[in-house]
Ligand binder design. Structure first.
Ligand SMILES: O=C(O)CCC(=O)C(=O)O
Length: 236
């Protein structure tokens, strides 16, 4: 077996903007393999991997499958209204738990639990809502030429942080500001197993994937291309 490449310097977790944190290597190799296996199951029809068409007549280059709620431009439904019409696949408990752990590890205990407008009391420890109940997964598959334009995740009614996991090829993830698709933005290299969480003041920041670097997936994962698993709370 080839030895694992050793980083000259370990990649550090980094706050990219207030409420937006990159945690390198959050998923170990076994968890990546397990998630990939599950994604392959979820991608099967009915309600499987599909090409997303935009209202202007274009198509997204990243193909997608949804769990829990079906996202289509620009709303949610319980069936694949822009595809085979099947009911969306259920949202698995293990992804709900993964979402909670991701937020806790990236943003700290209690993050994403505040009741909007609730008074902050040093005495009442029950003031926080329960941890965010993730109920949407969008799984995006990128081949070598796929990309995703700058957009905001704004079709949800909840302001709980968005959790993003990467498997396979490395990509350039562009994380911008809440005002426009343009600068200022930060380009972050997301590799297989990396976690990116954005909430709070960054929850509605524009973001996108301008580039995937083909052939950079860990060989032992057995994936050609890139998978992104985005977890959100619908509030619906
Ligand atoms: O692939 C990614 O890392 C980003 C995905 C994304 O922005 C989305 O699904 O809204």
């Amino acid at each position: 077996m080839e030895p694992e490449p050793i980083e000259l310097f370990p990649r550090e977790r980094k706050q990219i903007a207030p409420g937006a944190v990159h945690v390198p290597d959050w998923l170990d190799a076994a968890h990546q393999r397990e998630l990939l296996r599950a994604c392959r199951e979820w991608a099967r029809p009915p309600a499987g991997l599909r090409t997303v068409r935009t209202p202007g007549g274009g198509t997204m280059t990243a193909r997608q499958v949804c769990l829990g709620w079906h996202w289509y431009p620009y709303a949610y439904a319980r069936t694949v209204v822009d595809g085979d019409g099947s009911p969306v696949k259920p949202f698995p408990d293990r992804l709900r738990e993964l979402g909670r752990r991701a937020v806790r590890d990236a943003l700290g205990e209690g993050a994403g639990q505040e009741r909007p407008g609730a008074p902050v009391s040093p005495y009442d420890t029950n003031i926080a809502e329960p941890a965010p109940a993730y109920d949407i997964a969008l799984i995006n598959f990128y081949d070598a030429d796929a990309r995703m334009g700058m957009h905001r995740d704004s079709d949800e009614k909840s302001d709980a942080p968005v959790v993003s996991l990467s498997l396979g090829d490395t990509c350039v993830f562009r994380f911008g500001n809440t005002e426009s698709r343009g600068r200022p933005y930060t380009d972050v290299e997301l590799r297989s197993g990396d976690l990116f969480v954005f909430g709070g003041p960054s929850r509605l920041a524009y973001h996108g994937v301008p580039k995937v670097q083909p052939g950079t997936a860990p060989p032992e994962l057995g994936l050609t291309g890139r998978l992104n698993i985005t977890l959100r709370v619908s509030g619906l």
